[in-house]
Design a protein around this ligand. Structure first.
Ligand code: HEC
Ligand code: HEC
Length: 252
């Protein structure tokens, strides 16, 4: 077992986790078992109970609320994020804590497990903004803003917005608050991806109104039945993204 104190209940919206504390502690022990050499490990689905407490059964979070779905995202994208939390490029205390002692090898296994889960998505939450905002969001996502050199989100996240292998996540099926928070985190430097960090450049070019429009439109879209990430993009990326190239630190 690890000796660090368990960081709980920093924020009021985490209170559901506090209530689930006993189950969570047992699950945390199961997750940590990779550290014991030669131990007979429970099945992966059992070991990731600590994760599904927040991310939902089979990694399927709902579109309402904050927790992002992790099921079915590109494997390298998930691996990059697990590494980002472990190594401090993304901040969320419970995630940083859970992953702190895990090896790259184990992070690959966890990423592979969730990448291969494909539970259906829940229907989108009806938008709470006016139609002009939604239209502004749609245009930004599908066309970008040429005068301001902002590429269409779809140019990288895929025409169907379901992501692209190996490392670009889909933008549908995510809660609006989560999308807003991620773009805000890139703007204020709390979330970082490998350099060149294209999302940091894009987030800085967006105004708060752009972000609200894009997240409102995205969160109002249903996820198509074939929600798998595209195998590749039809054209090259409009901007270089470091997440698409595995550095030596992220290698297998
Ligand atoms: C206490 C609740 C909680 C637990 C437990 C938890 N997560 Fe998370 N996780 C979150 C939140 C909240 C975020 C988004 C944080 C942010 O704002 O960047 C997140 C983000 C992620 C992301 C990035 C998602 C994306 O689309 O970028 C991955 C991957 C992830 N978690 C995997 C896991 C795994 C694997 C476990 C188990 C080892 C786990 N999480 C346990 C709450 C949790
Ligand atoms: C040049 C390519 C590119 C463009 C254009 C782009 N993105 Fe991204 N986006 C990425 C990459 C690469 C990642 C993964 C970054 C990482 O590894 O953390 C990402 C990640 C994200 C995430 C995090 C998703 C999650 O599950 O945490 C959000 C939100 C996002 N992009 C929104 C947008 C929006 C909105 C637009 C349009 C205004 C946009 N992106 C345009 C490449 C791009």
């Amino acid at each position: 077992m690890r000796s660090r104190p368990i960081p709980l209940c920093w924020r009021s919206w985490l209170s559901a986790v506090c209530l689930a504390l006993p189950a969570y502690l047992v699950a945390d022990v199961a997750l940590a078992q990779e550290a014991a050499p030669g131990a007979v490990l429970p099945a992966m689905a059992e070991r990731v109970t600590a994760c599904t407490a927040c991310h939902g059964k089979e990694g399927r979070a709902t579109a309402d609320g904050y927790y992002p779905r992790i099921a079915g995202k590109p494997e390298t994208y998930l691996f990059n994020q697990l590494q980002n939390f472990r190594d401090g490029r993304r901040q969320y205390p419970m995630m940083n804590y859970l992953l702190a002692n895990l090896s790259d090898d184990y992070l690959h296994k966890i990423a592979g497990f969730f990448a291969n889960e494909h539970p259906p998505y829940s229907p989108p939450v009806p938008p709470r903004v006016d139609s002009a905002t939604l239209e502004r969001g749609r245009l930004l996502v599908t066309d970008g803003i040429k005068e301001r050199r902002i590429p269409a989100c779809a140019a990288c996240h895929g025409a169907a917005l379901t992501g692209v292998q190996p490392a670009i996540p889909g933008l549908l099926g995510l809660p609006r608050d989560y999308i807003n928070a991620q773009l805000g985190a890139w703007r204020n430097g709390v979330r970082k991806a490998r350099q060149p960090d294209c999302m940091a450049t894009i987030a800085h070019a967006l105004t708060p109104e752009d972000i609200n429009a894009a997240s409102s439109w995205l969160a109002a879209q249903p996820v198509p039945p074939s929600s798998a990430p595209a195998a590749s993009l039809p054209a090259s990326l409009p901007m270089a993204c470091g997440s698409m190239t595995q550095s030596s630190g992220a290698g297998r």
